[in-house]
Design a protein. Structure first.
Length: 135
């Protein structure tokens, strides 16, 4: 998990998140190209991107605490990751509208997300040439 803008308002947080998502998918594909033959399997990664208000702080006891991020955007992104196929980047409608001029995406569904009231627009990013060019 990664956060962008957690230490203050960052006007380009969505752009940074999408760049990280594309970089993650690309780095994974590069790793597979180099090693899948010797490993005998491929590593697959899917990414979920959501934007919204979150709470960041220390979670745990004074002896053992970790930085935690809580909020609807965190939960939605985690659900998107669970539904993302290999090499896919799924995003919410809010994220799509922020990057629609830069990336080609398609509405995959307007579905309910477990633990959340109402429906959510879910978009899948399409890389030029598609995943077939990366395999």
């Amino acid at each position: 998990m990664a956060t962008f803008g957690g230490s203050g308002i960052q006007s380009d947080h969505v752009d940074r998140a999408m760049a990280a998502a594309i970089g993650l998918v690309g780095a994974n594909e590069s790793l597979n190209r180099r090693h899948a033959g010797e490993w005998g399997f491929r590593l697959d990664v899917g990414v979920g991107v959501a934007s919204g208000a979150v709470v960041i702080g220390a979670v745990g006891s004074a002896d053992r605490s970790e930085l935690g991020v809580l909020g609807d955007a965190v939960n939605v992104a985690a659900r998107l990751v669970m539904h993302a196929g290999p090499g896919q980047v799924l995003m919410t409608g809010q994220v799509y509208r922020a990057v629609s001029a830069m990336l080609q995406s398609e509405l995959t569904s307007q579905s309910a997300v477990r633990g959340r009231a109402g429906t959510l627009e879910i978009y899948r990013m399409s890389l030029l040439g598609g995943r077939g060019d990366l395999a």
